[in-house]
Design a protein around this ligand. Structure first.
Ligand code: SF4
Ligand code: SF4
Length: 347
């Protein structure tokens, strides 16, 4: 995002504080410097030359970039986009950060390598719809029902891990590649809420391009599924953790879908959209804050009657498993896509 756009956006802030009460960091730290309103005030001070970069950098670093403020802002300020971009500009990727990112991506690269020798499942019935398969699913070389009905779009990473580590060069490279594909596509289907949200934040996409971007729940909403005969989830209770970056309408489609499955009871989780605390690399750089947020989520899960927790973001899946580890409360946690693949059939 250009600095002019940032200036225009921050001038729209009415200081209403609706973002403060929804900020997971504020809930833990009770410090307005770390909320969207506080950060916008500071950025405004920076633009006016009243504050230095150093005075805002520390507070900006603590932001989880969860988008809770953006989705509750009546002035429709895309706060997450501003904070993520400014954060990356203030902390350009140094050798240590690049090294860290490379180490973090090593397991994914290794999985790519060992799976290179496995044949990809070919299917006859491919649609014109493109599949944006997230890095983790690609690395695991998972072939799911989405591979059966969609065409692999040859996308690069959504760029979020690069932006979070201050690597604007690789972020821009991934963005350029993905935009070229989206512009030529009819529709692009996502199975990770965070990847979808990161792509929707590309400034260069027109409103028309953004209309092409859909979550896979959109394809399921008119279909009726049932549990496989041998499913271990017959007559069990299932719930869904809404990733912070998931659109409300995508979540509603998922709830409707899960509620319609025979012999399975869907129960909405209390605080279904409260953050899991993991936030990708956030957990590594801010383990104490991350764990405090995770413990709150863990308690909600523990108190729920659910036998199975579903979600649609690999980072949240890891976060939810970690929550259960620290609260010694083990409930099965799965990606919704994998649950459909392994446990359901079309009725
Ligand atoms: S909700 Fe939006 S307008 Fe209100 S204080 Fe927060 S950023 Fe500003
Ligand atoms: S993105 Fe999340 S953590 Fe950051 S200021 Fe907004 S609500 Fe708080």
């Amino acid at each position: 995002m250009l600095d002019d756009e940032i200036k225009k956006n921050i001038s729209k802030c009415s200081r209403c504080a609706l973002c403060v009460q929804n900020c997971p960091i504020y809930e833990i730290k009770k410090d307005e410097n770390n909320t969207s309103r506080g950060l916008i005030c500071k950025l405004s001070g920076l633009e006016k030359g009243l504050l230095s970069e150093k005075e805002i950098k520390k507070d900006l670093k603590i932001c989880l970039e969860c988008s809770k403020c953006a989705s509750n802002c009546p002035s429709k300020i895309n706060t997450t986009k501003i904070f993520a971009y400014k954060n990356a500009c203030f902390s350009p990727s140094k050798i240590s950060q690049r090294l860290f990112l490379s180490i973090k991506l090593l397991p994914i690269k290794f999985l790519y390598f060992i799976n290179f020798f496995k044949p990809t499942k070919k299917t006859a019935l491919k649609s014109e719809l493109l599949y944006f398969k997230g890095c983790v699913a690609k690395a695991q070389h998972k072939t799911t029902f989405l591979d059966e009905i969609l065409t692999n779009g040859n996308f690069l990473c959504c760029g979020l891990p690069y932006l979070a580590s201050g690597d604007i060069k690789n972020y821009s490279k991934a963005k350029k590649n993905n935009i070229e594909i989206i512009k030529k596509a009819k529709k692009v289907v996502f199975d990770c809420a965070s990847c979808k949200s990161a792509i929707l934040n590309y400034d260069e996409l027109s409103e028309n391009d953004k209309q092409k971007i859909v979550f896979f729940s959109e394809l399921l909403k008119d279909k009726k599924f049932k549990l496989k005969n041998n499913s271990k989830y017959k007559n069990k209770i299932v719930t869904f953790h809404k990733p912070c970056h998931m659109d409300k309408s995508d979540f509603e489609n998922i709830e409707k879908f899960l509620s319609n499955i025979e012999n399975l009871t869907y129960k909405r989780l209390d605080n279904f959209d409260s953050c899991c605390g993991f936030g990708g690399s956030y957990f590594v750089f801010h383990p104490i804050i991350s764990t405090k947020i995770a413990l709150k989520k863990a308690l909600t899960i523990k108190n729920s009657k659910a036998d199975l927790i579903l979600t649609s973001c690999p980072s949240c899946t890891i976060g939810l498993r970690y929550n259960q580890l620290i609260s010694a409360n083990f409930k099965k946690t799965l990606e919704l896509r994998d649950f459909i693949e392994n446990e359901l059939i079309i009725d």
